[in-house]
Ligand binder design. Structure first.
Ligand SMILES: C=C(O[C@H]1C=CC=C(C(=O)O)[C@@H]1O)C(=O)O
Length: 439
């Protein structure tokens, strides 16, 4: 079955004839000069930016969560970090007042420190969203050839055929030099991806911010922004929801060809196998923890603005004692969608063949409250905005039958989510693969 991702209701405007006689929209406009102050400029800017600046933000078409994180929670990086994060968060929340949550990001790799803090969270229901399901824009994705990525995929394929692992998610990265405004970027991400989980997290919690209206100059130094299609998990009491995605195809600007790509994806034995590896692994880990586990037999195909994905909605009832959202995330992360199978073998290949550290890309972004409820998104289609540039990541699940050129095209389509949000790139922006870290 083909689904468009849910977009909610488009915002409505009423024709003046339907308004009451004394409605402000009917009254003659009084001309009054107001001084153009910095406050007014900021208010105008914010009214055209649905999200606005915040140190932590997670938005979908239906809800917007912002938090003002307090001092960072320190957790020792290294093996076992994710389990320690869950314990530390649970302990911190035991003494926290109502409305407080732990918010932040877990990295892909346990040797990179998690960025977490207890903060007061503000939640708003949202109804204003663009319609969803239009054909993707015609702008091309990055055309930069990436011979290093092609060679790495070919090597993974060789290793998989030799039986070293069953599947590996291999990522590539791009850097762009220049100054980028995180608030504007986030706003575009939100407008372009009404079905996505749009997020922002300041990775340097002590830096001045947010934004200071001079992006990259006085604002925080490193800001993670993205629009991920993939929900790792959402826990509410003993109810659990997961939405794993694996198996993808770039969208096409021509509607007929675009639909054909979706159908082809759904019918592809290779993509279905990639998806099954992911879902079977989640079933294996979750089964002992659940009294009920509903996993549809077949995946759906869902659309983001740039990519088609195979997607499964998993619903479960957790067995008491119910683990907290972060304890569950620590068990499941990294899933085969971002690492591979078996996990340890895939990690070895990733460490060996990826030319750049992933940092928080393919990690988790989310929150947990003092009841252990929470929502953790996989940090995909994302970038880190720094003072003088931006770094983007995208990856693809590799199987023994993978074609390197097709995987490269898939990652280019995934990059386009972020590149579209950066707007037209001036010529001085260099689009370059990152320098090798093993050089
Ligand atoms: C690794 C990424 O996507 C994952 C999520 C959905 C589908 C994927 C795939 O088909 O390979 C990836 O596993 C990425 O966006 O960088």
């Amino acid at each position: 079955m083909v689904h468009w991702r849910d977009g909610g209701e488009p915002s409505g405007s009423f024709p003046p004839s339907t308004l009451p006689a004394r409605h402000p929209a009917r009254l003659p406009r009084r001309r009054r000069r107001r001084p153009y102050t910095a406050g007014r400029r900021r208010a105008e800017q914010e009214s055209t930016m649905p999200l606005g600046p915040a140190r932590f933000l997670l938005a979908t078409s239906r809800s917007l969560l912002r938090a003002h994180p307090g001092p960072p929670l320190r957790v020792r990086p290294g093996p076992g970090q994710f389990a320690r994060v869950a314990q530390t968060a649970e302990r911190a929340l035991r003494h926290a007042g109502p409305g407080r949550c732990v918010v932040g990001a877990l990295p892909f790799d346990e040797n990179t420190p998690a960025v977490l803090a207890v903060g007061r969270m503000y939640s708003t229901a949202r109804t204003t969203v663009a319609t969803c399901g239009a054909a993707p824009p015609r702008r091309a994705g990055p055309s930069a050839a990436d011979p290093a990525y092609l060679a790495a995929v070919a090597e993974v394929v060789r290793r998989l055929r030799a039986g070293d692992a069953r599947g590996v998610m291999l990522a590539r990265s791009l850097t762009l030099a220049g100054r980028f405004d995180p608030t504007v970027t986030l706003d575009r991400l939100y407008r372009n991806n009404p079905g996505g989980h749009v997020f922002r997290l300041d990775l340097d919690p002590r830096a001045p911010g947010p934004d200071a209206h001079r992006p990259g100059v006085r604002g925080p130094r490193r800001i993670l922004v993205g629009a991920s299609p993939e929900l790792l998990l959402s826990r509410h009491g003993d109810r659990l929801l997961l939405n794993p995605m694996g198996g993808s195809a770039p969208r096409h600007p021509d509607p007929a060809l675009d639909r054909a790509r979706a159908a082809e994806l759904l019918g592809s034995a290779k993509e279905r196998r990639e998806h099954a590896l992911l879902v079977d692994e989640l079933r294996r880990v979750l089964s002992p923890l659940c009294t009920r586990l509903d996993i549809p037999e077949r995946p759906d195909v869902v659309a983001t603005a740039r990519v088609w994905h195979l997607s499964t909605r998993i619903q479960a009832r957790l067995r008491p004692p119910v683990p907290s959202a972060l304890a569950l995330a620590a068990l499941l992360h990294p899933t085969p969608a971002v690492c591979g199978l078996p996990r340890a073998a895939a990690r070895t290949l990733i460490d060996h063949l990826e030319t750049h550290p992933r940092g928080y890309y393919s990690g988790l972004v989310g929150w947990m409250d003092r009841h252990g409820d929470g929502r953790w998104i996989i940090a995909l289609r994302c970038a880190v905005i720094g003072r003088y540039g931006i770094r983007l990541w995208a990856g693809a699940g590799i199987l023994p039958e993978s074609d390197p050129e097709a995987e490269l095209a898939e990652t280019s389509a995934k990059f386009a989510t972020m590149l579209d949000a950066l707007g037209p790139l001036p010529v001085e922006h260099r689009l370059v693969p990152m320098p090798p870290r093993h050089a």
